[in-house]
Design a protein around this ligand. Structure first.
Ligand code: R5P
Length: 316
């Protein structure tokens, strides 16, 4: 039994290309929806199709300009609610503010939680997302959250690369669990870097490393790369230990412009990332890159949510 009338998928302005690929995978057209700013920067949204009682999915990673894209999504949810959509799922392939997930200094916000509140108040019934910075962000919501992961896809990619002696490297202790998962999928060893950050100035330093890397093909894995500081510092540490090659993989290529300066070097053999968000601040010219499409996992998850199937079963 299908609980809602018809599936309808729409995109904000954050990543229309991904929304189109998802719809191609689902073999359906992307819905028509106007999303634009007036000259006073206020956002206006209008669904051009009837969405009454429909099962509506709004695809919008929260990417640069972050606060505008977030507001677009909230206004889209509000417009869908007022158009009597049957159910509204916010599809957020990249959940910004994920690093602000705890009060780890005096007098600071927990913005990841604030975003969850915004989405619920706007009228979202569900959230579908991909590799949150911390899984417990799911608990900030009182509505169902399906969190997909691209790490199995990243592991598959490196399996097909047939590296001679791979070892997976976590950039910090917090990322050890997902790195271990990739290592297990590849049947190789894991190394962990002890990373320190001082203050709030986006400076990261790889202090030391646990594990054997000399002569190995190192695959650095992280959930996201922003300034590239974390990975650049890991690359320096690994190169100083005589590794054979350095591969870098992340799910979310947030890539501020300085990330291209930091990582577009011959010390990096390859950078692999997904299309969870578009590259808006530049491009690599020297280092080899590969982009893995998330359209199939997002499309399959949307289909399963719509038909009441298991989303977890996608990753078994
Ligand atoms: C931090 O805990 C994350 O997993 C990433 O390592 C971090 O967000 C990367 O940021 P950046 O590229 O600015 O060092």
């Amino acid at each position: 039994m299908q609980p809602f009338r018809e599936l309808a998928v729409f995109s904000g302005n954050a990543h229309r290309e991904l929304a189109e690929s998802v719809c191609k995978h689902l073999e359906m057209p992307l819905g028509e929806c106007e999303v634009f700013e007036f000259s006073n920067e206020e956002i206006f949204v209008r669904f051009m199709d009837n969405i009454r009682e429909r099962d509506v999915f709004l695809i919008q990673p929260i990417v640069s300009p972050v606060n505008t894209r977030l507001m677009e999504l909230l206004v889209m949810i509000d417009a869908a609610k007022r158009a009597s959509a049957g159910r509204i799922t916010a599809v957020i392939p990249y959940y910004a503010y994920g690093r602000s997930d705890k009060k780890d200094q005096p007098r600071v916000p927990v913005t990841a939680r604030l975003l969850a509140n915004f989405l619920e108040v706007a009228g979202a019934d569900r959230v579908l997302t991909l590799d949150l910075h911390a899984g417990q962000i799911q608990g900030f919501f009182n509505i169902p959250v399906d969190e997909l992961t691209a790490f199995p896809m990243i592991a598959d990619y490196f399996r097909s690369e047939n590296l001679q002696s791979p070892v997976v490297v976590a950039t910090d202790v917090g990322g050890a669990k997902r790195a271990r998962d990739v290592a297990e999928r590849l049947g190789c060893e894991l190394a962990i870097i002890d990373k320190r950050r001082s203050g709030n100035d986006e400076q990261a330093e790889a202090m030391t490393l646990i594990g054997e890397v000399e002569g190995h093909d190192c695959i650095i894995v992280d959930d996201e790369i922003l300034t590239g500081g974390t990975v650049a510092s890991a690359v320096r540490l690994l190169r100083s230990r005589g590794v054979r090659s350095v591969q870098v993989a992340c799910v979310h290529p947030v890539f501020a412009s300085k990330a291209f300066d930091a990582l577009d070097t011959k010390d990096v053999d390859q950078i692999v990332f997904t299309d969870s968000l578009p590259l808006v601040h530049g491009a690599f010219s020297q280092v080899e890159t590969a982009t893995l499409s998330t359209a199939a996992i997002l499309g399959d998850a949307i289909h399963r949510i719509h038909t009441g199937g298991s989303v977890g079963a996608l990753f078994r």
